[in-house]
Design a protein around this ligand. Structure first.
Ligand code: R5P
Length: 300
């Protein structure tokens, strides 16, 4: 068999199925068996042509080895091109050594993916000091899709958010917040953040008074410990926002973090389907379909 096939990593079957249906390509499961010693045996369906591997990389350390084994097996068993569709791409935040002796994980991980894949497609990776994903993955096609417009559309379509003000919790969030605000035809503010530790951040916002009486949506690419959103929500609550919501692309918050976010005054939390989470409210499938249509129908 030649052509294009889609291969779903465990945990990503339903998102991969939506994509396979939209693209009208055959879907296969990647089978991963965990041996008692902690190693993995990975088995793929042999295919020819282009194999698209659908795998997210939240909580990545246990997924990376099986991912690389799956990519290698696809090539060994007939694929001439291997494409990774990765809704959440890990290890993008450490883009420099912040202290002596630290590994620059973004560079190491990007180079490793570039050795195993011909193309990587992801959504809003946390690129800060590096402007292009292609710089992180030398020699391959690296595509960055953005869910910011989808967040803007979701807000625009919500009558309960009339006169909403979007708030970005730090300077890096401006890229997502400005795009979502333009889509929603809403005003936005960008706060300043200083991070003192994993769960210790300080947030300040000039013009905070302008949120008085308005609903606000805090928009960010990623929520992990929830500290950023909590401090931002507390500040907005003190400033008199009538209601506080959160919209994020990637939601990594666990139950404890979610409780803290709610306790900080947030009444609704919505995220994309990049990571399976109770807050999932909008799908990334349309973005992936658009990115892959040409590959599927005309070859790369
Ligand atoms: C970092 O700058 C990101 O945009 C997020 O604001 C940050 O990673 C969120 O992490 P946490 O939820 O742990 O504060």
């Amino acid at each position: 068999m030649t052509g294009i096939s889609l291969h779903a990593f465990p945990g990503y079957e339903s998102e991969a199925a939506k994509l396979a249906t939209a693209l009208q390509v055959q879907l296969h499961a990647v089978d991963i068996h965990a041996f008692p010693d902690g190693e993995s045996r990975v088995r793929i369906e042999p295919v020819a042509g282009t194999a698209i591997l659908f795998a997210g990389l939240d909580h990545p350390d246990s997924k990376i080895t099986p991912l690389l084994l799956a990519a290698a097996a696809l090539r060994d068993w007939g694929a001439s091109r291997v494409v990774l569709v990765c809704p959440y791409l890990c290890y993008m935040r450490q883009d420099k050594a912040f202290a002596e002796g630290e590994a620059v994980s973004q560079r190491v991980f990007g180079a490793m993916l570039a050795r195993f894949f011909d193309r990587v497609i992801t959504v809003d990776p946390h690129l800060h000091r590096v402007s292009s994903l292609a710089d992180v993955m030398p020699g391959i096609q690296a595509d960055v899709l953005s869910a910011a417009s989808a967040i803007g559309e979701m807000i625009a379509g919500d009558d309960s958010l009339r006169n909403v003000i979007l708030v970005g919790p730090d300077s890096e969030s401006r890229q997502w917040v400005s795009q979502a605000a333009s889509q929603a035809e809403a005003d936005y503010l960008i706060a300043q953040k200083v991070r003192h530790g994993d769960r210790n951040v300080e947030i300040t916002l000039e013009n905070a008074a302008s949120v008085r009486g308005h609903p606000v949506v805090i928009v960010d690419d990623l929520i992990s410990s929830g500290a950023t959103v909590c401090r931002c929500a507390e500040l907005l609550s003190r400033a008199g926002a009538s209601r506080i919501e959160v919209a994020a692309v990637h939601m990594l918050a666990d139950d404890t973090a979610l409780e803290a976010i709610k306790a900080a005054g947030v009444t609704r939390i919505r995220s994309s389907s990049s990571i399976k989470h109770p807050s999932n409210a909008f799908s990334l499938t349309p973005l992936f379909v658009a990115a892959l249509e040409e590959e599927v129908h005309h070859g790369h």
